[in-house]
Design a protein around this ligand. Sequence first.
Ligand code: SAM
Length: 303
Amino acid sequence: MTNTHIPVLLQEVLQALSPQDDYTYIDATFGGGGYTEAILNAANCKVIAIDRDPDAEKRAQLFKQKYKDRFQFIQGPFSDIDTLLPKDTLYNGIVFDFGVSSFQLDEANRGFSFRLNGPLDMRMSKDIGLTAADIVNIYSAEELAEIIWFYGEEKKSRIIARAIVEQRKTKPFETTLELAELVRKFVKRHDGLDPATLTFQALRIFVNNELIEIDTVLKKTLAHLSVGGKVVTVTFHALEDRLIKNWIRSDHQELQHSSYALKALFSKPICPSIEEVKNNPRSRSAKLRAVQLIPAKSVRSAS
Ligand SMILES: C[S@@+](CC[C@H](N)C(=O)[O-])C[C@H]1O[C@@H](n2cnc3c(N)ncnc32)[C@H](O)[C@@H]1O
């Protein structure tokens, strides 16, 4: 199956999940189906895939043809996992690979790319309210600076925000390159990253409400996991990783008074090898964490 999105940390995800025959897994961020395909090929199991992007549904058709009733696709935001998935069913594992796919980045019309000219959109799904253009054209300089600083950690956030507000007085922003070129006038980088990277990242996270999405789904995840089930997450920046760490800590504490416990499968997050980063620069900031829901007794007897 052709796939122009190179799945990040794929072998490590598979190793953490260790798919088994007759088990059912959730791939909550289907994208190009890289993880789904590897899971379905690793065992005679089933995968229910979720993605909020309708374009992902088109790619999922091919999986349906190939894997038949071993595969199902559901379109929607993963924060709605409790209503998207059938009630009262428990799953053996859930994988999350947060952020955008190369399909989204490489399609100029989606407006995610600072390299390709397209409408400044960035919505993963059209039912998301405001586009990135709406935000840069409506929000105040203070609000824009806050967004660009908080979600992009861009040191020049204030300068960029003021420049945006100044430029839109002449003509509202419509395209990705109008914004990218403005940012490049004020940001210089010496690490090979395009100067517009962090501003675009910040707007994308804000447009798609990405951190709230993650926080919401994590709070609902354990309710869908069978005992022995695993949650495997791949994050791409510190804000996402912090949400995962906090979730593991808080659910671990909450479970202390129940007969279950959360076991971390690795003592430290797994990062891509130098080789992987060379082959797929998008993987450079990836971190994999994995936990397993286990009976509390086995924690006590293991310690
Ligand atoms: C990094 S890609 C996943 C790539 C996939 N693992 C693969 O190997 O092809 C992330 C995907 O998650 C989807 N996504 C992001 N946020 C989402 C959300 N809140 N709900 C559902 N899907 C989401 C995006 O539309 C994108 O297709």
